[in-house]
Design a protein around this ligand. Structure first.
Ligand SMILES: [Zn+2]
Length: 209
């Protein structure tokens, strides 16, 4: 594989054997799993999800490279070129997806879309801080409902006060996200539209008749 190929940075949704979304992995990891026959490609075609092993996906790739190259990101090696699958499914893995979204910096910034929740300005990740809406000194907890992104200026202005005390307003009420905010951002990219069905919580929880 050519390591500098931009396709290697594109994302692939990993499903377990039961078609439940586990996590997002790199294209390189996905191709390796397919190649080692630990997973298969799941491809959305005319509303149906079809599956392919490495060899059949290679054939499909050859056809698509000719007729609709713009539909995919490509990994090119000396011997072949292969389309980066959008979704793959593990063939022998029944671990269930994590319930709930992990509260960490990355997910919090993604939830707030890197926007300061006081002035509304979009700020680079390196310049963004996390603010306790109700300060820790006043009993505010580290939870989804009490943590927001803030720019340095707003954070300094607010200090150890509540928004009301500082005469500042949140642009939105902080809530616990239903699914990973990182995935939600990916879903806004047309390339990853086929992920939606697998990420829709309701889809997996409707009662089957
Ligand atoms: Zn701000």
């Amino acid at each position: 594989m050519t390591a500098d190929s931009p396709a290697l940075s594109s994302s692939v949704l990993l499903l377990n054997r039961l078609y439940m979304a586990l996590r997002v992995i790199s294209a390189k990891r996905a191709i390796t799993l397919i190649y080692r026959q630990l997973a298969e490609v799941v491809s959305l075609e005319d509303g149906n999800y079809l599956s392919y092993d490495f060899d059949s996906w290679l054939e499909v790739s050859a056809a698509r490279a000719t007729f609709e190259p713009e539909r995919h990101d490509w990994i090119r090696t000396v011997r072949f070129q292969i389309a980066v699958p959008r979704i793959i499914r593990l063939l022998g893995y029944d671990r269930l997806p994590r319930v709930g979204v992990k509260l960490n910096r990355r997910n919090l910034f993604a939830r707030d879309q890197n926007r300061c929740q006081y002035c509304g300005r979009k700020v680079r990740t390196s310049e963004l801080s996390i603010d306790h809406v109700i300060p820790r000194s006043l009993g505010g907890k580290a939870c989804w409902e009490n943590l927001v992104c803030a720019c340095a200026a707003c954070n300094a202005r607010k200090g150890g006060r509540t928004p009301a005390q500082a005469n500042m307003r949140l642009i939105a009420k902080p809530t616990r996200p239903r699914r990973s905010p990182v995935l939600t951002i990916k879903l806004s990219d047309a390339r990853y539209a086929s992920w939606k069905q697998f990420l829709d919580f309701a889809y997996w929880n409707v009662e089957l008749k």
